[in-house]
Design a protein around this ligand. Structure first.
Ligand code: PAZ
Length: 308
């Protein structure tokens, strides 16, 4: 497909998308965050801030609504754990160690006026709250929640174009599981699809691939890491290699669904590196620990090379 056709498809996707709710608010937050992390940071913060720390981490699945007043949708699998774990080192950032249903499981009523954290979750809650508050207060973390494919892609475009000037110092770490198929807004029924008239046939259109335009137009100098998940290990590396070549990203992190928490393969032009977790070392008991070390290292080299 020619690049003009891809660009046309992308333009018509955005033109027909329902506008982001609170777009102005999102843009304001985003600009404030970028500004805070661009100018006088060194004077106001004693952090070990480095320029290369401007990272857009996408995490979680996107949904494809089947009705404009959505009751039903198709979801893409992702617990959000990888993005969360990678951001902490962000599920939600700083909530990974809490139980799945934190509000119900973490707290207990001592009496009608007192709610307390259950002793077994006290340390995890304390740490999560403290670290999260510190990250937000320091201006190190901005969370922009999305649900639908429309929201996700509009936000990604906003962020990428806002980071364009940051150039090689910005990174896109695209761990979200993004829908490949969707129902175009204009061909979607407004009201809840009637049941009772037999099986439902739905025709899904292909979501235009935004990675190529992110690389070529939105943020061409940013360091870009995409992710590939497969359930068939036999095709995983081949698919990741094709994505690397097609979208010209700097690396593709390939995972197989059942082993994604144990190991990933970082596929790049300098070869494939298997990254595993090491349960014997507390820090390295999650695969993201070694993954992030490798990616940060590669990004630093990329920044140096771009500036030389
Ligand atoms: O969110 P999670 O920790 O459950 O899983 C992470 C992941 C496997 C969804 C992510 O690493 C990934 O591969 N995302 C891209 C999925 C895709 O191929 O569209």
């Amino acid at each position: 497909m020619s690049s003009e056709v891809v660009e046309d498809e992308i333009s018509s996707f955005f033109e027909s998308s329902p506008p982001l709710k609170n777009m102005d608010g999102i843009i304001k937050k985003l600009n404030r965050f970028i500004k805070l992390n661009s100018s006088s940071r060194g004077e106001n913060h004693q952090s070990d801030w480095r320029e290369e720390d401007r990272v857009c981490v996408t995490s979680g699945g996107t949904t494809v609504p089947l009705e404009q007043r959505c009751v039903r949708y198709i979801d893409n699998f992702s617990s959000g754990n990888r993005g969360a774990a990678s951001t902490e080192g962000t599920c939600q950032p700083y909530c990974r160690s809490l139980p799945d249903d934190p509000f119900l499981e973490c707290f207990e009523f001592r009496d009608k006026r007192n709610i307390q954290v259950h002793a077994s979750h006290l340390e995890a809650v304390k740490l999560a709250v403290m670290d999260h508050q510190a990250a937000v207060a320091d201006g190190r973390l901005l969370k922009l929640p999305f649900s639908t494919i429309y929201e996700y892609l509009q936000m990604l475009r906003l962020i990428a174009t806002a980071l364009k000037d940051v150039g090689s110092c910005s990174m896109f770490y695209l761990a979200a599981a993004v829908s490949d198929f969707y129902v175009p807004w204009e061909s979607m029924t407004e009201h809840k699809i009637e049941s009772g008239s037999g099986p439902l046939d739905i025709r899904l259109a292909q979501v235009p691939k935004m990675l190529s335009i992110l690389r070529s137009n939105w943020a061409p100098n940013a360091f870009c890491i995409s992710f590939k998940l497969e359930t068939d290990s036999k095709i995983l590396i081949e698919k990741a290699t094709k994505a690397l070549q097609k979208y010209k990203v700097h690396a593709v992190v390939a995972s197989e669904l059942s082993t994604r928490k144990e190991e990933v393969v970082v596929v790049s032009s300098s070869g494939n590196v298997v990254v595993r977790r090491d349960c014997d070392k507390p820090d390295e008991s999650i695969v993201e620990y070694n993954l992030i070390r490798l990616i940060v290292d590669r990004h630093s080299t990329y920044i140096k090379e771009s500036h030389s």
